[in-house]
Design a protein around this ligand. Structure first.
Ligand code: C5P
Length: 235
C-alpha cells in the first residue's frame, strides 16, 4: 500500500555489520544479520519512498526497487552516509557498526610468534555514523529525520533515552537482545520506540511494540517516522 506521505521521500538506511580488517585475511565484525534494516528498506519501498540501503556484508537479497550500496568498513559506511544525507528526508541507522578498528592494518598476514602466548591488538574508535549525520544538520533542524536503533541487554529505556539525546537523534527503536528468539539474527523483534516530544511531561513520547515479525515491525517504525516528520514540519 502506497502512502501519499511517503511518496517522493528519500529514505537512507544503514544495515548489517561492518568489517574491520586486521590484515589481508582477517577482520573484526559481529553477528548482525541485516534482517531488520532490509525489512525497513522493503517497507519504505512498499510505502512509495525512494530507498538507498547502505549495507555491510550480509547474506540477504536486495529487496526489489531498493538501491543498494555495498560497504565493508565503518569508515566507508560513514562516508556513504554523509554523502547521501544531504538530500535525504529520513535517515535510519540500523547497522551494527564496529565500535573500533585496527589502528594500522598489517600489510601482510600476522604471523603466530613462537614463545609468546599473547598478542596485543591496538584499536582506535570508529566514527559514530548516526551522530555525525544528526550533527551535520543546521542547528534546530530535524531534516533529515534521524532514527536510531539500540540493542540492549538491560535497562533498555535508560540506555535508549541516553542514546537518543547524546547522539542528537529524533527517534530511537530499542530492543532487548537478551530475550530468546528476538533481536539479533531472529525473524521476530519487539521494541520500545522513544521520540523527542516537547509536549510530553518528560520531553519524550514512547510506545511499546510487541513481539512480531521484523517485516511488520519495520512498517510500524516507518509509520512512526513519517508521523514524526509530519510533526516536525508544522511549526
Ligand atoms: O551506541 P550504539 O552502537 O548502541 O548505538 C546504536 C545506534 O547508533 C544504531 O542506530 C547504530 O546504527 C548507530 N551507530 C552508528 N555508528 C557507530 C555506532 C552506532 O551509526 N559507530
Amino acid at each position: 500500500t502506497v502512502d501519499t506521505q511517503a511518496q517522493g521521500l528519500h529514505v537512507v538506511i544503514t544495515a548489517g555489520p561492518t568489517r574491520e580488517p586486521l590484515d589481508p585475511v582477517r577482520y573484526l565484525s559481529n553477528h548482525s544479520s541485516g534482517k531488520m534494516g532490509y525489512a525497513l528498506a522493503e517497507a519504505a519501498v512498499t510505502l512509495g519512498a525512494h530507498v538507498t540501503l547502505i549495507s555491510g556484508p550480509v547474506n540477504l537479497p536486495c529487496p526489489a526497487g531498493v538501491e543498494r550500496l555495498d560497504v565493508q568498513t565503518a569508515q566507508e559506511m560513514h562516508d556513504a552516509s554523509m554523502r547521501l544525507t544531504a538530500n535525504c528526508d529520513i535517515f535510519i541507522g540500523c547497522a551494527a557498526v564496529a565500535d573500533y578498528r585496527a589502528t594500522r592494518q598489517a600489510a601482510h598476514k600476522i604471523k603466530k610468534r613462537d614463545g609468546e602466548d599473547g598478542l596485543t591488538l591496538q584499536l582506535v574508535k570508529n566514527p559514530d555514523i548516526i551522530a555525525c549525520v544528526a550533527a551535520s544538520r543546521p542547528t534546530g533542524s530535524r531534516h533529515p529525520l534521524v532514527v536510531g536503533f539500540a540493542a540492549e541487554t538491560r535497562e533498555l529505556e535508560t540506555y535508549a533515552r541516553d542514546k537518543l539525546t547524546r547522539k542528537g537523534l529524533d527517534m530511537i527503536v530499542a530492543n532487548d537482545v537478551s530475550q530468546a528468539g528476538l533481536g539479533f539474527g531472529a525473524d521476530d523483534n519487539a521494541a520500545l520506540v522513544l521520540w523527542l516530544d516537547s509536549a510530553a511531561p518528560d520531553g519524550t513520547g514512547h510506545e511499546q511494540l510487541p513481539a512480531q515479525p521484523k517485516t511488520q515491525l519495520a512498517m510500524h517504525v516507518l509509520r512512526h517516522a513519517l508521523a514524526r516528520l509530519a510533526a516536525g514540519a508544522t511549526p
